[in-house]
Design a protein around this ligand. Structure first.
Ligand SMILES: CCCCC/C=C/C(=O)SCCNC(=O)CCNC(=O)[C@H](O)C(C)(C)COP(=O)(O)OP(=O)(O)OC[C@H]1O[C@@H](n2cnc3c(N)ncnc32)[C@H](O)[C@@H]1OP(=O)(O)O
Length: 378
């Protein structure tokens, strides 16, 4: 039997999961009513956020002339709306619904002991999300599989970023549990699905597009604390981060050709732009694995730290950054990202379409089958 036939049979068992949910107009209207029933005043910062998301969801990007410096209230409202840049109406509507829902549940939730407004935790098995000291920490937490990303983990991360974009934390930080940062896409995602392989690939492409868009759209500083080796999509995503701090134990590997696949997470655009086309080709075409220092030399990593002091030095630094004025950081990030956004959406869409076809190719099926049928270690 051909490997591709074996693969098809295995894929017949695959269940890819649903594409991300989007808030309907009805959800949005319910949220508008719910906001009037809040028991507690959510505070000015949140009210401004609600105002901005409402305007963005109903009118699109800020279209009003900027109020004068002394018109404090209208200036603050204008700043909040304008900071959303070109956030799509649909995303703003979803963020509004999520924010209201988090406000409603927090005003109803029983007291959580020492967890207060600036410290809360949301649990998910393989993705840990905690908020402390103004930082949302998102941890790949599947060390027995080197933190490989399952379909559920993609969905958990989309949700975590959505929540972090509107909560009261100042930045989001990704890191990994155990010796790896992340070993990339879980290569068994496609071999344990139900339904047809074409359907699985099509759903995978939708999920990937939404996942990468949630990084493109994230409005606050986004930092990676790369504690160990990083593979595949966990590397390519770094091109969408604002800072990457790496342990000198970390490596950066994108073995797409070896897997019969193609680059994702906008790396076909961000990597050549960042490191030049020759160095980008070494990684994306030939799968050259970079050390942390090589990745720093190519501009993929901001700073490399010795493993022995990595955690202490990096988290001390991040806690200091998290005390900087949040609106200034958000607005600066918006300025940096603004002119690139449409390009990034387009690159992401094209990469997903290309990958969808790659997943159905003989080259890719052979590579995945050879990984899943490796001999177990003694
Ligand atoms: C829908 C969205 C799609 C997005 C497109 C994304 C593409 C990519 O990310 S491509 C990159 C995919 N990743 C890989 O190719 C890495 C595959 N893994 C490995 O090469 C190795 O496991 C390793 C180098 C990461 C680690 O090697 P080693 O130290 O020898 O450890 P083991 O191989 O024994 O791994 C322990 C355990 O973890 C499982 N595992 C590791 N990585 C993955 C993975 N990516 N997917 C699934 N499972 C993985 C490995 O199978 C072992 O499991 P057990 O045998 O059950 O102990």
């Amino acid at each position: 039997m051909l490997v591709s036939e074996v693969f098809r049979l295995q894929v017949a068992k695959l269940h890819l999961g649903r594409p991300t949910m989007r808030a309907s107009q009805q959800d949005f209207e319910n949220a508008l009513n719910q906001v009037k029933l809040l028991k507690k005043d959510p505070g000015n910062e949140v009210k401004l956020r609600l105002y901005a998301l409402y305007k963005q969801a109903t009118e699109g990007p800020c279209n009003m002339p900027k109020p004068g410096m002394l018109d404090f209230v209208n200036k603050a409202k204008w700043d909040a709306w304008n900071a959303l840049g070109s956030l799509p109406k649909e995303t703003a509507r979803q963020n509004y619904v999520d924010l209201v829902s988090s406000l409603s549940s927090s005003s109803e939730a029983p007291s959580q002991g020492k967890r207060g407004a600036d410290e809360k935790a949301r649990e998910s098995k393989d993705i840990l999300v905690t908020s402390e000291d103004g930082i949302t920490k998102i941890t790949f937490n599947r060390p027995t599989k080197k933190n490989a990303i399952s379909f559920q983990m993609y969905r958990d991360i989309i949700l975590a970023l959505k929540n972090a974009s509107t909560d009261n934390t100042v930045m989001a930080v990704f890191t990994g549990t155990g010796d790896y940062y992340c070993s990339g896409n879980d290569l068994t995602n496609f071999t344990s699905a139900t339904g047809g392989i074409e359907e699985a690939a099509s759903n995978g492409a939708v999920l990937l597009r939404d996942f990468v868009n949630s990084f493109i759209d994230f409005p606050k500083p986004l930092v990676a604390v790369v504690n160990g080796p990083a593979v595949g999509i966990s590397v390519t995503l770094l091109g969408l981060f604002d800072a990457v701090f790496a342990s000198d134990r970390a490596t950066f590997h994108t073995p797409f050709s070896q897997l019969g696949q193609s680059p994702e997470a906008c790396s076909s655009y961000t990597f050549p732009k960042m490191m030049g086309s020759a160095k980008a080709a070494e990684m994306l075409l030939f799968g050259k694995k970079l050390t942390a220092r090589e990745a720093w030399a190519q501009g993929l990593v901001t700073e490399v730290f010795p493993e022995s002091t990595f955690e202490t030095e990096v988290w001390t630094r991040l806690k200091t950054y998290a005390k900087l004025p949040p609106n200034a950081m958000r607005i600066s990030k918006e300025l940096i990202r603004k002119n690139e956004k449409e390009k990034l959406y387009a690159v992401n869409a094209e990469e997903c379409t290309t990958l969808q076809a790659r997943w159905l190719s003989e080259e890719c099926m052979n590579a995945i089958m050879s990984f899943v049928s490796r001999k177990p270690k003694l």
